[in-house]
Design a protein around this ligand. Structure first.
Ligand code: MIC
Ligand code: MG
Length: 303
Protein backbone atom coordinates (compact mmCIF):
# COMPACT_ATOMS: atom_id res chain seq x y z
CA UNK A 1 0.00 0.00 0.00
CA UNK A 2 1.14 3.57 -0.68
CA UNK A 3 4.90 3.82 -1.16
CA UNK A 4 7.62 1.17 -1.26
CA UNK A 5 8.77 -0.16 2.11
CA UNK A 6 12.54 -0.11 1.57
CA UNK A 7 14.24 3.03 2.88
CA UNK A 8 16.51 5.06 0.63
CA UNK A 9 19.53 4.12 2.76
CA UNK A 10 18.76 0.41 2.43
CA UNK A 11 18.21 0.71 -1.33
CA UNK A 12 21.61 2.38 -1.69
CA UNK A 13 23.36 -0.22 0.44
CA UNK A 14 21.80 -3.13 -1.45
CA UNK A 15 22.59 -1.47 -4.78
CA UNK A 16 26.24 -1.08 -3.79
CA UNK A 17 26.40 -4.73 -2.72
CA UNK A 18 24.88 -5.86 -6.01
CA UNK A 19 27.17 -3.62 -8.03
CA UNK A 20 30.20 -5.08 -6.23
CA UNK A 21 29.40 -8.53 -7.64
CA UNK A 22 30.38 -7.25 -11.10
CA UNK A 23 27.21 -8.62 -12.72
CA UNK A 24 25.27 -6.52 -15.24
CA UNK A 25 22.38 -4.60 -13.64
CA UNK A 26 19.53 -3.59 -15.94
CA UNK A 27 17.91 -0.17 -15.46
CA UNK A 28 15.04 0.57 -17.89
CA UNK A 29 13.88 4.20 -17.83
CA UNK A 30 10.70 4.86 -15.86
CA UNK A 31 8.69 7.64 -17.46
CA UNK A 32 6.42 7.96 -14.44
CA UNK A 33 6.02 6.45 -10.95
CA UNK A 34 3.64 3.73 -12.15
CA UNK A 35 6.05 2.51 -14.81
CA UNK A 36 8.70 2.14 -12.10
CA UNK A 37 6.40 -0.36 -10.43
CA UNK A 38 6.05 -2.27 -13.68
CA UNK A 39 9.84 -2.37 -14.08
CA UNK A 40 10.07 -3.87 -10.58
CA UNK A 41 7.25 -6.35 -11.21
CA UNK A 42 9.02 -7.57 -14.36
CA UNK A 43 12.15 -8.43 -12.41
CA UNK A 44 14.65 -5.73 -13.34
CA UNK A 45 17.42 -4.68 -10.98
CA UNK A 46 16.86 -0.93 -11.00
CA UNK A 47 15.06 2.08 -12.44
CA UNK A 48 16.62 4.88 -14.48
CA UNK A 49 15.20 8.39 -14.46
CA UNK A 50 16.12 10.21 -17.66
CA UNK A 51 16.56 13.93 -18.16
CA UNK A 52 15.43 13.54 -21.76
CA UNK A 53 12.20 11.89 -20.58
CA UNK A 54 11.67 14.41 -17.80
CA UNK A 55 11.94 17.31 -20.21
CA UNK A 56 9.98 15.59 -23.01
CA UNK A 57 7.25 14.85 -20.49
CA UNK A 58 6.92 18.61 -19.99
CA UNK A 59 6.91 19.11 -23.77
CA UNK A 60 10.43 20.56 -23.71
CA UNK A 61 13.64 19.60 -25.53
CA UNK A 62 16.52 18.16 -23.51
CA UNK A 63 18.67 21.31 -23.41
CA UNK A 64 18.94 21.95 -19.71
CA UNK A 65 15.67 23.84 -19.28
CA UNK A 66 14.44 21.77 -16.35
CA UNK A 67 15.34 22.95 -12.86
CA UNK A 68 16.83 21.09 -9.91
CA UNK A 69 13.50 21.42 -8.09
CA UNK A 70 11.62 19.80 -10.98
CA UNK A 71 14.14 17.01 -11.39
CA UNK A 72 14.44 16.21 -7.68
CA UNK A 73 10.65 16.37 -7.32
CA UNK A 74 9.98 13.95 -10.15
CA UNK A 75 12.85 11.76 -8.97
CA UNK A 76 11.27 11.52 -5.55
CA UNK A 77 7.85 10.62 -6.95
CA UNK A 78 9.37 7.80 -9.00
CA UNK A 79 11.91 6.52 -6.45
CA UNK A 80 9.42 6.20 -3.61
CA UNK A 81 7.17 3.91 -5.64
CA UNK A 82 9.68 1.10 -5.96
CA UNK A 83 11.94 -0.99 -3.74
CA UNK A 84 14.49 -0.92 -6.55
CA UNK A 85 17.34 1.57 -6.54
CA UNK A 86 16.65 4.55 -8.81
CA UNK A 87 19.47 6.45 -10.48
CA UNK A 88 18.80 9.87 -11.93
CA UNK A 89 20.21 12.03 -14.68
CA UNK A 90 21.47 15.25 -13.06
CA UNK A 91 22.71 16.72 -16.37
CA UNK A 92 25.60 19.14 -15.69
CA UNK A 93 24.63 19.44 -12.01
CA UNK A 94 22.57 22.62 -12.45
CA UNK A 95 25.33 25.19 -12.36
CA UNK A 96 28.74 25.70 -10.84
CA UNK A 97 30.47 23.08 -8.63
CA UNK A 98 28.78 24.59 -5.56
CA UNK A 99 25.43 23.96 -7.26
CA UNK A 100 26.50 20.37 -7.95
CA UNK A 101 27.07 19.96 -4.21
CA UNK A 102 23.53 21.12 -3.47
CA UNK A 103 22.15 18.99 -6.29
CA UNK A 104 23.62 15.85 -4.74
CA UNK A 105 22.17 16.65 -1.32
CA UNK A 106 18.74 17.35 -2.82
CA UNK A 107 18.85 14.05 -4.72
CA UNK A 108 19.86 12.17 -1.57
CA UNK A 109 16.91 13.77 0.23
CA UNK A 110 14.64 12.78 -2.67
CA UNK A 111 15.49 9.12 -2.04
CA UNK A 112 17.56 8.42 -5.13
CA UNK A 113 20.27 5.76 -5.05
CA UNK A 114 22.63 7.64 -7.33
CA UNK A 115 23.04 10.27 -10.03
CA UNK A 116 25.22 11.11 -12.98
CA UNK A 117 26.88 14.45 -13.57
CA UNK A 118 28.18 15.15 -17.06
CA UNK A 119 31.01 17.26 -18.44
CA UNK A 120 29.10 19.07 -21.17
CA UNK A 121 29.00 22.85 -21.30
CA UNK A 122 25.68 24.56 -20.78
CA UNK A 123 23.35 24.61 -22.64
CA UNK A 124 23.77 20.84 -22.85
CA UNK A 125 22.18 18.57 -25.41
CA UNK A 126 21.44 14.88 -25.91
CA UNK A 127 24.72 12.99 -25.76
CA UNK A 128 24.00 11.29 -29.09
CA UNK A 129 23.71 14.50 -31.10
CA UNK A 130 26.53 16.14 -33.03
CA UNK A 131 28.12 19.44 -32.10
CA UNK A 132 28.54 18.87 -28.37
CA UNK A 133 31.18 20.74 -26.34
CA UNK A 134 32.68 19.69 -23.03
CA UNK A 135 34.25 21.71 -20.23
CA UNK A 136 38.00 21.49 -19.56
CA UNK A 137 39.25 18.71 -17.35
CA UNK A 138 39.75 20.88 -14.27
CA UNK A 139 36.10 21.99 -14.34
CA UNK A 140 34.85 18.47 -14.95
CA UNK A 141 36.83 17.19 -11.96
CA UNK A 142 35.64 20.03 -9.75
CA UNK A 143 32.03 19.08 -10.45
CA UNK A 144 32.65 15.51 -9.34
CA UNK A 145 34.70 16.44 -6.27
CA UNK A 146 32.03 18.86 -5.17
CA UNK A 147 29.35 16.18 -5.41
CA UNK A 148 31.43 13.57 -3.63
CA UNK A 149 32.33 15.93 -0.78
CA UNK A 150 28.71 17.02 -0.37
CA UNK A 151 27.03 13.65 -0.06
CA UNK A 152 26.07 12.49 3.41
CA UNK A 153 25.41 8.85 2.55
CA UNK A 154 28.62 7.33 1.23
CA UNK A 155 26.51 4.71 -0.56
CA UNK A 156 24.89 7.34 -2.80
CA UNK A 157 26.46 6.50 -6.17
CA UNK A 158 28.07 9.43 -7.93
CA UNK A 159 28.61 8.59 -11.53
CA UNK A 160 30.69 10.78 -13.80
CA UNK A 161 29.47 10.96 -17.37
CA UNK A 162 31.86 12.10 -20.02
CA UNK A 163 30.65 13.32 -23.40
CA UNK A 164 34.16 13.90 -24.70
CA UNK A 165 34.24 10.84 -26.99
CA UNK A 166 32.06 12.50 -29.64
CA UNK A 167 34.09 15.73 -29.68
CA UNK A 168 36.73 14.09 -31.87
CA UNK A 169 36.17 11.35 -34.44
CA UNK A 170 37.79 7.92 -34.45
CA UNK A 171 40.35 6.63 -32.01
CA UNK A 172 41.44 10.03 -30.77
CA UNK A 173 37.98 10.69 -29.29
CA UNK A 174 38.07 7.30 -27.62
CA UNK A 175 41.53 7.99 -26.15
CA UNK A 176 40.28 11.30 -24.79
CA UNK A 177 37.35 9.47 -23.18
CA UNK A 178 39.62 6.87 -21.55
CA UNK A 179 41.93 9.60 -20.18
CA UNK A 180 39.06 11.66 -18.85
CA UNK A 181 37.42 8.60 -17.30
CA UNK A 182 40.63 7.86 -15.37
CA UNK A 183 40.87 11.44 -14.13
CA UNK A 184 37.20 11.42 -13.06
CA UNK A 185 37.76 8.25 -11.05
CA UNK A 186 40.81 9.84 -9.40
CA UNK A 187 38.56 12.78 -8.49
CA UNK A 188 36.25 10.40 -6.64
CA UNK A 189 33.68 9.19 -9.18
CA UNK A 190 32.17 5.86 -8.09
CA UNK A 191 31.28 4.84 -11.64
CA UNK A 192 31.76 6.04 -15.22
CA UNK A 193 29.14 6.69 -17.89
CA UNK A 194 31.06 6.91 -21.17
CA UNK A 195 28.57 8.61 -23.47
CA UNK A 196 28.09 7.85 -27.18
CA UNK A 197 30.31 4.77 -27.39
CA UNK A 198 29.85 3.28 -30.83
CA UNK A 199 30.95 -0.32 -30.54
CA UNK A 200 31.48 -3.07 -27.98
CA UNK A 201 35.22 -2.59 -28.42
CA UNK A 202 34.84 1.00 -27.29
CA UNK A 203 33.10 -0.13 -24.09
CA UNK A 204 35.91 -2.62 -23.64
CA UNK A 205 38.51 0.16 -23.92
CA UNK A 206 36.82 2.14 -21.14
CA UNK A 207 36.49 -1.05 -19.09
CA UNK A 208 40.27 -1.48 -19.35
CA UNK A 209 40.96 2.16 -18.46
CA UNK A 210 39.16 2.22 -15.08
CA UNK A 211 38.45 -0.21 -12.28
CA UNK A 212 35.05 1.16 -11.23
CA UNK A 213 31.64 0.10 -12.61
CA UNK A 214 30.80 1.40 -16.09
CA UNK A 215 27.40 2.17 -17.60
CA UNK A 216 26.16 1.58 -21.14
CA UNK A 217 23.48 3.83 -22.61
CA UNK A 218 21.35 1.86 -25.07
CA UNK A 219 19.29 4.78 -26.30
CA UNK A 220 17.70 4.28 -29.69
CA UNK A 221 18.32 6.32 -32.84
CA UNK A 222 21.67 7.52 -31.46
CA UNK A 223 25.36 6.79 -31.97
CA UNK A 224 25.58 3.39 -30.27
CA UNK A 225 24.65 0.12 -31.81
CA UNK A 226 21.95 -1.51 -29.69
CA UNK A 227 23.71 -4.33 -27.88
CA UNK A 228 21.98 -7.04 -25.87
CA UNK A 229 22.43 -7.39 -22.13
CA UNK A 230 24.46 -10.52 -22.79
CA UNK A 231 26.85 -8.71 -25.15
CA UNK A 232 27.33 -5.84 -22.71
CA UNK A 233 27.96 -8.24 -19.82
CA UNK A 234 30.57 -10.03 -21.91
CA UNK A 235 32.71 -6.87 -22.12
CA UNK A 236 32.36 -6.07 -18.42
CA UNK A 237 29.63 -3.42 -18.43
CA UNK A 238 27.96 -3.20 -15.00
CA UNK A 239 24.86 -1.08 -15.59
CA UNK A 240 22.78 -0.77 -18.74
CA UNK A 241 20.10 1.88 -19.23
CA UNK A 242 17.34 2.13 -21.81
CA UNK A 243 16.61 5.72 -20.87
CA UNK A 244 13.86 6.83 -23.25
CA UNK A 245 12.73 3.47 -24.66
CA UNK A 246 9.58 2.99 -22.57
CA UNK A 247 8.41 6.52 -23.35
CA UNK A 248 9.09 5.94 -27.05
CA UNK A 249 7.09 2.70 -26.94
CA UNK A 250 4.20 4.31 -25.06
CA UNK A 251 4.07 7.38 -27.28
CA UNK A 252 4.26 5.17 -30.38
CA UNK A 253 1.33 3.09 -29.13
CA UNK A 254 -0.62 6.22 -28.17
CA UNK A 255 -0.13 7.67 -31.65
CA UNK A 256 -1.40 4.47 -33.25
CA UNK A 257 -4.42 4.39 -30.93
CA UNK A 258 -5.28 7.99 -31.82
CA UNK A 259 -5.06 7.07 -35.52
CA UNK A 260 -7.43 4.18 -34.84
CA UNK A 261 -9.89 6.53 -33.15
CA UNK A 262 -9.72 8.82 -36.16
CA UNK A 263 -10.04 6.00 -38.67
CA UNK A 264 -12.35 3.48 -36.98
CA UNK A 265 -13.99 5.55 -34.27
CA UNK A 266 -13.46 3.08 -31.41
CA UNK A 267 -10.65 1.18 -29.69
CA UNK A 268 -12.13 -2.32 -29.54
CA UNK A 269 -9.39 -3.61 -31.83
CA UNK A 270 -6.75 -2.27 -29.46
CA UNK A 271 -7.96 -3.96 -26.25
CA UNK A 272 -5.31 -6.67 -26.50
CA UNK A 273 -2.56 -4.05 -26.53
CA UNK A 274 -3.88 -2.26 -23.45
CA UNK A 275 -2.86 -2.81 -19.87
CA UNK A 276 -5.95 -4.55 -18.52
CA UNK A 277 -7.82 -2.87 -15.69
CA UNK A 278 -7.11 -5.96 -13.55
CA UNK A 279 -3.37 -5.66 -14.20
CA UNK A 280 -3.43 -1.96 -13.39
CA UNK A 281 -5.18 -2.62 -10.11
CA UNK A 282 -2.69 -5.32 -9.26
CA UNK A 283 0.17 -2.93 -9.92
CA UNK A 284 -1.50 -0.33 -7.73
CA UNK A 285 -1.96 -2.95 -5.01
CA UNK A 286 -5.58 -1.85 -4.89
CA UNK A 287 -6.60 -4.86 -2.84
CA UNK A 288 -4.35 -4.02 0.09
CA UNK A 289 -6.15 -0.71 0.56
CA UNK A 290 -9.04 -2.88 1.62
CA UNK A 291 -7.21 -3.81 4.81
CA UNK A 292 -7.43 -0.16 5.73
CA UNK A 293 -11.07 0.25 4.77
CA UNK A 294 -13.15 -2.73 3.69
CA UNK A 295 -15.29 -0.49 1.52
CA UNK A 296 -12.42 0.30 -0.84
CA UNK A 297 -11.91 -3.01 -2.65
CA UNK A 298 -15.19 -4.85 -2.52
CA UNK A 299 -15.61 -5.63 -6.22
CA UNK A 300 -14.21 -8.02 -8.80
CA UNK A 301 -12.74 -7.17 -12.16
CA UNK A 302 -13.33 -9.79 -14.83
CA UNK A 303 -10.57 -10.48 -17.31
C1 MIC B 1 20.70 9.34 -21.24
C2 MIC B 1 20.20 10.70 -21.57
O1 MIC B 1 21.05 11.66 -21.00
C3 MIC B 1 18.82 10.92 -20.96
O2 MIC B 1 18.52 12.09 -20.64
O3 MIC B 1 18.04 9.97 -20.87
C4 MIC B 1 20.06 10.96 -23.09
C5 MIC B 1 19.21 9.96 -23.82
C6 MIC B 1 18.74 10.37 -25.20
O4 MIC B 1 18.52 11.60 -25.44
O5 MIC B 1 18.52 9.52 -26.04
C7 MIC B 1 21.45 11.08 -23.70
O6 MIC B 1 21.98 12.20 -23.71
O7 MIC B 1 22.01 10.07 -24.15
MG1 MG C 1 20.19 13.29 -20.18
Amino acid sequence: MLYAQTTAEAKRRLFRERLATGELLRFPGAFNPLSARLIEQKGFEGVYISGAVLSADLGLPDIGLTTLTEVAGRGKQIARMTDLPAIIDADTGFGEPMNVARTIQELEDAGLAGAHIEDQVNPKRCGHLDGKSVVDEATALKRIRAGVDARRDSNFLIMARTDIRATEPGDSGLALAADRAKALVDAGADAIFPEAMRTLEEFEAIRKAVDVPILANMTEFGKSELFSSEQLASVGVNIVIWPVSMLRISMGATGRALDELNNVGHLTGKLGEMQHRADLYELLDYESYNSFDTNVFNFEVER
